[in-house]
Write a protein that binds this ligand. Structure first.
Ligand code: ZN
Length: 153
């Protein structure tokens, strides 16, 4: 290998590592499940600072139908969580128990029933590092048990 070729390889490697640190998109996958006992399997979700996008998968590991034991995953700031959960109950099943076009809702999945799963992607540009976020299921009556903390950064 010639010296100039070696140097250009070193430069390329340097450029690539800089790119992956500062410039590239990084999708971070998160999986959470809900069951027939009205419980999520996680109380906390930590999103690393270098994630530019989150791919969240919600699995319903139970057997009950969506009308009886539906679960979704809704993300708001902790301050907005209870008002949005209340507004979601009024919005009804047709709106996934999520208030429509509500800026307080950072991300949400549709409702799933036993044996089903669903996935969403959302950009972390909607999150502030060190912010205080709560995720919950907005199916009526579920959010007092089915909730947890999400951190970013
Ligand atoms: Zn639920």
């Amino acid at each position: 290998m010639t010296k100039s070729k070696l140097l250009s390889l070193v430069a390329l490697a340097g450029a690539l590592s800089a790119f992956s640190t500062f410039g590239s998109a990084k999708t971070c996958s998160v999986e959470i499940s809900g069951n027939d006992q009205m419980q999520f399997d996680k109380k906390e979700i930590a999103i690393a600072a270098d994630c530019t996008e989150v791919e969240l998968t919600l699995k319903h590991t139970g057997k009950l139908p969506v009308t009886a034991m539906g679960h979704n995953w809704v993300l708001t700031t902790t301050a907005d969580f209870q008002p949005v959960a209340t507004a979601g109950a009024s919005a009804g099943a047709g709106n996934q128990y999520v208030p429509k076009d509500d800026a307080r809702v950072i991300a949400f999945t549709k409702l799933v029933g036993g044996g089903e799963s669903t996935s969403i992607k959302f950009p972390t540009s909607k999150l502030k590092a060190g912010g205080d976020y709560t995720f919950f299921c907005s199916f009526p009556g579920h959010w007092s048990l089915m909730k947890g903390k999400l951190t970013f950064g």
